[in-house]
Design a protein around this ligand. Structure first.
Ligand code: SF4
Ligand code: SF4
Ligand code: FES
Length: 256
């Protein structure tokens, strides 16, 4: 078992501003960055704010940026860094800072609320829903999401463009729309909710230019872009060029 001392640079501050602070901290074999942050709290910075819960990559609360890359603190092994390098830990850049490494991620909860919920199929009692595995294969992948919001943080549409937040749901919630749109039992269309149209018109699907940055940072390895966003774009495009939908839109507009 070999221990060493690592150089850490941690952002300290609050909504009014802050700065990076340098520390030297003991590291033991097998530790992750969150262990080091906890050791910092225990030995040198007892008031350092950090959000965490499960320490197992499942609650999604320890999201931060390590050397500028959005990551989970609890799933980033110290062994991925060389012993000589300075490790910089900063709060998620796309969201307002509360204090130190803790950000206010309520933007994401607001976006979650804007997505209409699953609409149960009419005439089928809860508990009687039946689906074939083959029909849920694709949306099932999206259910692995732990809502860490690393994808939301890294997406360039909002990362440096606060002004886009009002009209862009972000990859996590566009993926949620895709999941519901692919759900074999979702009856939203019958209830007057066109998920493809709302993805385009209300949730900013068109802003996504499929750079795949969201996919690269997802700790659950969900293929957000390839399996959710691109298919949703294709479905939305099909809808747009469907002559019956086009006619329906025309008639609807005339009678408005
Ligand atoms: S693929 Fe789309 S949603 Fe994902 S990071 Fe790029 S622009 Fe954002
Ligand atoms: S899709 Fe991946 S990166 Fe985005 S919130 Fe879910 S788990 Fe996190
Ligand atoms: S503490 Fe739960 S995901 Fe890191």
């Amino acid at each position: 078992m070999s221990s060493y001392t690592a150089a850490f640079r941690v952002w300290r501050g609050d909504a009014d501003g802050g700065a990076l602070e340098d520390f030297r901290v003991e590291v033991n074999e097998g530790e992750v960055v969150l262990d080091i942050i906890h050791r910092l709290q225990a030995t040198q910075a007892s008031d350092l704010a950090v959000r965490w819960n499960c320490k197992a990559g499942k609650c999604g609360s320890c999201s931060a940026e390590i050397n500028g890359r959005p990551r989970l603190l609890c799933m980033t092994r110290m062994s991925v860094f060389s012993r000589e390098e300075t490790i910089t830990v900063t709060p998620l850049r796309a969201f307002p800072v509360v204090r130190d490494l803790v950000t206010d991620v309520s933007f994401n909860y607001a976006k979650a609320q804007e997505v209409p919920a699953f609409v149960p199929p009419p005439g089928v009692a809860a508990g009687d829903y039946r689906m074939q595995q083959i029909d849920v294969e694709r949306p099932q992948e999206f259910r692995k999401c732990i809502e860490c919001f690393l994808c939301q943080d890294t997406c360039h549409v909002v990362r440096d463009h606060e002004e886009n937040k009002a009209s862009f749901a972000g990859p996590r919630f566009l993926m949620r729309i895709a999941e519901l749109d692919m759900h074999p039992l979702d009856a939203a269309a019958g209830a007057g909710v066109d998920r493809k149209k709302t993805a385009q018109d209300e949730h900013g699907l068109g802003y996504c230019n499929i750079t795949k940055c969201c996919t690269e940072v997802c700790p659950e390895n969900i293929k957000i872009t390839d399996n959710a966003l691109i298919p949703l774009k294709e479905r939305a495009a099909d809808r747009k060029y469907d002559p019956l939908v086009w006619l329906g839109d025309k008639i609807f507009r005339r009678t408005e």
